[in-house]
Design a protein around this ligand. Structure first.
Ligand SMILES: CC(C)(COP(=O)(O)OP(=O)(O)OC[C@H]1O[C@@H](n2cnc3c(N)ncnc32)[C@H](O)[C@@H]1OP(=O)(O)O)[C@@H](O)C(=O)NCCC(=O)NCCS
Length: 176
């Protein structure tokens, strides 16, 4: 399996570009997905074991779906080709929904990969809906704070999450 590496935590590189993942990049999409599931933030409800054994065809299908017109997986690609973060967006019943949000730890913080990815997603979502929404576990404090500082506000009270004992904030950011 040829796979572009997902960056390990390390020193910040000189630069990156943000672009949409292609269907052909299924192996790198797999790597990014397993890395986000392994993140100690426990932001995704299950660890990588639940998906690590899924067959190649699953990842080909996932990458192909991300490349369809009603969804996008934006990736930040470092100058050496490694992926420094991803953010996905799908148009659901209520409009564009942000998902698969993950940035390599060494590239977190304001003014970098996180902002650039969100800007790209907002640009993609803007003609597709009035607002960008997301769900985030209430106990993933860094993500909640990161969304708040970037213009998202909670809609209502926390709602029970799919994972027992946890709750989600539904958050929303106007796009126009
Ligand atoms: C979510 C994520 C993309 C946010 O990007 P980021 O670059 O880390 O965000 P920032 O550093 O700009 O902002 C983080 C904020 O959380 C704060 N913070 C840091 N650790 C925190 C903690 N343990 N609890 C609460 N707030 C925390 C920071 O002070 C900052 O807030 P401020 O700007 O008001 O000072 C990134 O942290 C990530 O990939 N996390 C792991 C995966 C994840 O949680 N995904 C979200 C799934 S919904």
């Amino acid at each position: 399996m040829s796979e572009t590496p997902v960056a390990e935590p390390g020193p910040e590189g000189p630069g990156f570009v943000v672009r949409a993942a292609t269907a052909a990049e299924w192996a790198t999409v797999r790597g990014a997905r397993l890395a986000m599931l392994a993140d100690p933030s426990a932001a995704f409800g299950h660890g990588p074991d639940a998906e690590a054994g899924l067959p190649e065809q699953h990842w080909r299908d996932v990458a192909a779906a991300w490349a369809e017109a009603d969804q996008t997986l934006q990736v930040a690609e470092g100058s050496d080709g490694t992926w420094l973060g991803v953010m996905g967006c799908r148009v659901q019943g209520e409009g564009p929904e942000l998902t698969w949000v993950w940035v390599v730890p060494a590239h977190r913080g304001p003014g970098g990969v996180t902002d650039a990815l969100l800007t790209a997603v907002e640009h993609w979502a803007q003609p597709r809906g009035d607002a960008l929404s997301l769900k985030v576990f209430t106990d993933v404090g860094r993500a909640v704070a990161a969304y708040r500082r970037r213009g998202f506000t909670a809609v209502g009270d926390p709602v029970p999450a799919r994972e027992p004992g946890r709750a989600d904030w539904v958050m929303r950011k106007p796009l126009r």
